[in-house]
Design a protein around this ligand. Structure first.
Ligand code: SF4
Length: 282
């Protein structure tokens, strides 16, 4: 298999086949991200992708999902993504869905018709780093899009019938803006209707983990989504908790508040807060 540099995937993709279709990240300018700094962005030759698919077809046909790597595999042209899906379905008939990391910019570069075509070919549940529901935070993070553009992109995915997962970085607005950020994040997530919300903290300041916990609780309290997974099991979350929304909403908030009340501040701000894991709900 061809893998270049460090390969990243969300924790909930641990059973997916990791198939390299690009190296690096086509944006590679987010202020908080160093994941692909050492790896130049390139598009993998289709022959190389096919070679890897054939290798897996020969050695392991049990995978049901493909996770395309690296940083923003959805930046590929629709034509290239169609070809990759055709190869996957031809040689790996058990594969049901294909995902990967996608940026808002990647989605905006595709029309509703293109997205619909890709959804019909099995593309689903891309992990999209929305990060924040505040324009100034997006700009500070150098994400390369505005909140309005994010709204348009996510509405386009819904119109095309392609489900997606959203990443939110709590505490990204900085100290003193915890509630404002939680409210803004809940607003955009409620509007966007993702399948899964992946929460991880930005922990650069002293005290950030404690604030992250407060913000997570406020964020969940304000969510009004249907049939959505809340995934807060990132290793850097001071209290790790996961469940289904809306049914587990009260339990998730309770669990976050229990962690907030139970652990002393120094413990919550220790990195990582071993033993402050919380629990899986549902
Ligand atoms: S788009 Fe994603 S992978 Fe690329 S620089 Fe930003 S956070 Fe990192």
């Amino acid at each position: 298999m061809h893998y270049t540099g460090l390969i990243f995937r969300p924790p909930y993709e641990e059973k997916s086949l990791l198939l390299q279709v690009t190296t690096g990240c086509s944006h590679n300018r987010c202020t908080f991200c160093s994941m692909y700094q050492e790896v130049p962005f390139t598009v993998s030759p289709i022959e190389e992708v096919e070679e890897d698919i054939l290798y897996i077809a020969k050695h392991n046909t049990l995978f049901k999902r493909v996770f395309l790597v690296n940083g923003d595999a959805f930046c590929l042209s629709t034509e290239r993504l169609v070809r990759i899906a055709e190869l996957i379905h031809e040689h790996l008939p058990r594969i049901q869905t294909i995902g990967g990391y996608a940026s808002i910019k990647n989605v905006l570069a595709k029309s509703v018709d293109e997205l619909r075509l890709l959804a019909e070919l099995g593309y689903a549940d891309f992990n999209i780093g929305l990060e924040s529901g505040l324009d100034d935070v997006l700009s500070f993070m150098n994400k390369g899009y505005t909140l309005e553009e994010a709204r348009m992109a996510l509405a386009r995915l819904n119109e095309a019938g392609m489900p997606f997962n959203l990443n939110i970085i709590t505490c990204a607005a900085g100290r003193g803006r915890t509630l404002e950020h939680a409210e803004a994040n809940a607003r955009i997530v409620n509007e966007a209707r993702p399948t899964l919300i992946f929460v991880s903290p930005l922990h650069v300041d002293k005290g950030a983990r404690l604030e992250q916990l407060v913000e997570s609780g406020e964020f969940v309290r304000r969510l009004e989504v249907e049939d959505c997974v809340f995934f807060g099991l990132h290793v850097s979350n001071p209290v790790r908790v996961s469940g289904r929304l809306p049914e587990d909403k009260d339990l998730i908030v309770e669990e976050l508040e229990a962690g907030l009340n139970f652990y002393p501040e120094w413990r919550l701000n220790a990195v990582p807060a071993k033993g402050a894991e919380g629990r899986m709900i549902g």
